[in-house]
Design a protein around this ligand. Structure first.
Ligand code: GLC
Length: 483
């Protein structure tokens, strides 16, 4: 330990900066974004959102702005039993959900998590859907539900061109999935065919949703002003209620439709090149889908740990950390898990956690190293929270402008491990959104099992609307008869 560093340790917070600390800060400089830059990024996203909504411009738009065919949020009268499937993170889940009108609750009756082995994640589509259908069959068997034909909400958290609520074409895989023969195909069809192949149970009507939509809808049953759904987990994305007259790709002018922004693809046309660091470029280059979902790769759980790892390797090679000795483990891609960032930044236990994590990575650390690692994690997670804030501000400002309001009060349903588990992420995100969207007051509801329950909710709302339109049709007929 150098004498400078020793003085720092002794002096606690008011320490004079050592040469090494100055170096650490210099490295991290490109990760620090001013409020002005964030404002500018927010405006760029607004432009891309407009492009994505356009009838012709959407073909080339990096932010896809996908219509979801969800036209209404819950009104609190929905009810019944549903099945839900949730595919899109590291696990796949099957749920039996009861929507209870009297208590305004969406109850998870039971659920089961099935792992998706790596070879299935990158195998054939048929293998993937057979695996899903088999897990569903086993669940129904255990729950004694095999004889019933329940409606099913399918949360499929990948970019899909939705044609109808039950017809959804996968545009491309993200987040480490890469099953052959699925891109360009209707995912609901593939699921139904796989259920048919199982041959010993049936499913009712199917509604397909993105996890952001599920999250918005499940929070929407509790709070009917919930009009934005946001995920910051393995991936990141948001949906919101857009005016139909702006959704040029879908017929009809009246009312609203939920739009799945797929904001993870922001920057895929190079528009974020000025803020990408050499580490972001490296993460992208070594991913299974280079050039795709650039914004997501700067923000979400699948990538944050890797950004930190690359920073640690480079700073050690430059002899700023760990006496210049890189361990074999640290050199291994994926070795620094995103959850380590939360553990290191945890108040109280953070320092002990850092020591354990670094030792497990085979590194020999000094007290100055501990402080530097904390600063690195804090910088990378802060940037993620601030970029999310810039994106959320773009969405909130858009809703406000759409409705010609001076002030917007709305609720955001949120899910995802990064938002839920990181000790300061949510506070930082909220405070920055407040600065970037001063005309909007956002309330955040953290969703529990949102994407699964929400899929059931979408199915329930679709059934309510179908039932209501039947009633209207019937009353029209009555009127005709009377006339
Ligand atoms: C990825 C997917 C998107 C999903 C998000 C969060 O960005 O493309 O559909 O909503 O991850 O899971």
């Amino acid at each position: 330990m150098s004498t400078d560093v020793q003085r720092n340790v002794q002096n606690g917070k008011n320490h004079r900066m050592s040469k090494d600390e100055t170096e650490v800060k210099r490295f991290l400089e490109p990760f620090r974004l001013s409020q002005k830059t964030l404002q500018d990024i927010s405006s760029r996203l607004t432009q891309d959102m407009i492009k994505g909504l356009g009838r012709h411009s959407h073909h080339k738009a990096p932010v896809k702005m996908l219509p979801t065919f969800v036209r209404a949020t819950p009104d609190g009268t929905e009810k019944g039993d549903f099945l839900a499937l949730d595919l899109g993170g590291t696990n796949f889940r099957v749920l039996h959900v009861r929507v209870n009108e009297d208590e305004k609750s969406v109850l998870k009756m039971d659920s089961e998590i099935c792992a998706i082995p790596q070879e299935i994640m990158t195998g054939t589509g048929e293998q993937l859907f057979d695996h899903i259908a088999a897990c569903l069959g086993t669940f129904l068997e255990k729950q004694g539900l095999k004889e019933q034909v329940l409606p099913l909400g399918f949360t499929f958290s990948f970019p899909c061109e939705q044609k109808e609520i039950d017809k959804s074409i996968l545009i491309r895989w993200t987040k480490g999935f890469n099953c052959s023969g699925v891109e360009g195909r209707d995912v609901v069809q593939l699921l139904k065919e796989a259920v048919r192949r199982q041959g010993d149970y049936e499913i009712g009507t199917v509604a397909m949703v993105n996890d952001t939509v599920g999250t918005m809808m499940s929070c929407g049953y509790r709070d009917q002003s919930c009009e934005i759904g946001m995920i910051i987990g393995t991936g990141t994305n948001a949906c919101y209620m857009e005016e139909m007259c702006n959704v040029k790709r879908v017929e009809g002018e009246g009312g609203r439709m939920c739009i799945n922004t797929e904001w993870g693809g922001f920057g895929d046309d190079g528009s974020l090149r000025d803020i990408q660091t050499q580490f972001d470029l490296e993460v992208d280059r070594s991913s299974i889908n280079p050039g795709v979902h650039i914004f997501e790769k700067m923000i979400s759980g699948m990538y944050l740990g890797e950004i930190v790892r690359l920073l640690l390797v480079k700073m050690t090679e430059d002899k700023i950390l760990f006496s210049g000795k890189v361990s074999e483990k640290l050199r291994t891609s994926g070795a620094f898990l995103t959850k380590f960032i939360s553990e290191i930044e945890q108040e109280g236990s953070g320092e002990e956690n850092t020591k354990r994590i670094l030792s497990d990575l085979g590194l020999q650390w000094s007290t100055a190293d501990l402080r530097a690692v904390h600063l690195i994690c804090d910088t990378v997670s802060s940037r993620s929270a601030q970029l999310c804030a810039a994106a959320l501000a773009a969405v909130a400002n858009r809703i406000c402008t759409n409705r010609g309001l001076d002030h917007l009060d709305t609720t955001v349903g949120v899910d995802g491990t990064v938002f839920k588990k990181h000790p300061t992420f949510s506070a930082e995100l909220r405070s920055m959104v407040h600065k970037l969207a001063p005309k909007c007051t956002l309330k955040f509801i953290v969703s529990e099992d949102g994407s699964g329950k929400g899929a059931a909710m979408v199915t329930a709302v679709a059934q309510r609307i179908a039932a209501q339109s039947h009633l209207i049709d019937d009353s029209d007929e009555d009127e005709l008869e009377e006339n």
